[in-house]
Write a protein that binds this ligand. Structure first.
Ligand code: PMP
Length: 362
């Protein structure tokens, strides 16, 4: 095998090497059945086991209390932007959105398509980019739910502390930081995440739903867009994305073996500490784009003094085996995505590369 790239892609993103190797071993012949898991019925006992075990692992890793269900949907996190208001902003009530950047904006726009939506807080026009403190989030008492984006993938900001929304159900888009750190999942009535950053390949969207909240959903919604369909059928109403769920299964086992969320958080803080130090100790050569108290441990955004230098940085980084460092096309600059599966060695190598680039160009 060639040397693996230093992969800082934002999503789809790095997967644990051990997981890829295990999948490779089982690719042609899954557990001695003479077929791939992709070649058998989703109603087979083999797949049902994957389906059930993956739900259990997710519940265990998140420390979910009784009363929550883990579901597997398709259509990406983007489909959730529409399904949430469709199911829950009903009966004259509307959702309230915490506006922190591009992804919360997209969620809000979909809610507006469906009817009314209010704004619970907004920091998305501020520089430096930041997440609001819980006290800044104003929840209308009659809101159907509050929606927040736990980690803004493009901005590089992450909530340090989640608000307590009392009786109003809290929904979190955790697409880019699910399972990256410890948090109190019971604050949320619903959590969702596209898989392709911290959980596995694209193709499956994980939805974690509190059952009493799910019961409040509107009626008369098309079958595939109703959460109830997935709840009632153990996510097997129609053909699920079998291979993606199987890969999520392997990734969750990998996380569990490493020591769960506490271990992930420790490792992510250590990894990103190296890169943030390279930024903070650069005498202004590199400038972080997020306010310090909102810095993400998943997506690290920074800039150089001019575009030319940023282009040179990306080109030289590429020549040295670093992938995925240009910022999102909508904002430019630079971004390193350091999801769970990005090894410590990659982050150390990047921090060293950044120091050297500064010495040569500063
Ligand atoms: N929310 C967040 C926070 C994201 O980072 C992304 C993808 N980058 C999405 C939603 C959209 O996810 P998908 O591509 O699965 O629709």
């Amino acid at each position: 095998m060639n040397k693996r790239a230093y992969n800082f892609n934002a999503g789809p993103a790095a997967l644990p090497l051990e997981v890829l190797q295990q999948a490779q071993e089982q690719f042609v012949d899954y557990k001695g059945i003479g077929m791939s898991i992709m070649e058998i019925s989703h109603r087979s006992k083999e797949y049902e086991q994957v389906n059930d075990e993956t739900q259990q692992l997710m519940a265990e890793l998140l420390g979910l209390p009784e009363g929550y269900k883990v579901l597997f949907l398709q259509g990406g996190a983007s489909t959730q932007f529409a399904m949430i208001p469709m199911n829950f902003a009903a009966g004259g009530r509307s959702g309230s959105y915490v506006m922190t950047g591009s992804w919360s904006e997209k969620a809000y726009q979909e809610a507006q398509l469906m009817g009314e939506a209010s704004i619970a807080a907004s920091t998305d026009k501020e520089k430096p980019l930041r997440m609001p403190a819980p006290s800044e989030i104003q929840v209308p008492a009659d809101a159907a739910y509050v929606h927040l984006t736990s980690n803004e993938t493009i901005a590089g900001t992450q909530f340090a502390e989640f608000p307590d929304t009392g009786e109003v159900p809290l929904i979190g888009d955790m697409s880019s930081d699910i399972l990256s750190r410890e948090f109190d999942a019971s604050k949320f009535a619903m959590i969702y995440a596209g898989a392709q950053k911290n959980l596995g390949p694209s193709g499956v969207t994980v939805v974690i739903l509190r059952e009493d909240f799910a019961k409040q959903a509107a009626k008369g919604i098309p079958t595939m867009l109703r959460y109830e369909t997935y709840l009632k059928n153990n996510s097997l109403y129609n053909t699920p994305p079998v291979y993606s769920v199987y890969m999520v299964n392997l990734v969750l086992k990998w996380i569990k073996e490493k020591g769960g969320l506490a271990a992930m958080e420790r490792s992510n803080r250590e990894k990103t500490g190296l890169i943030y130090s390279a930024i903070d100790n650069s005498g202004g050569f590199y400038e972080g784009l997020a306010a310090r108290d909102s810095r993400s441990i998943m997506n690290l955004t920074f800039k150089l003094s001019n575009e030319e230098l940023e282009k040179a940085f990306v080109a030289e980084a590429k020549a040295n085996g670093f992938v995925g460092l240009p910022g999102h096309r909508s904002v430019g600059h630079l971004r390193a995505s350091t999801y769970n599966a990005v090894p410590y060695e990659s982050c150390k190598a990047l921090a060293e590369f950044m120091d050297e680039f500064r010495r040569k160009n500063g």
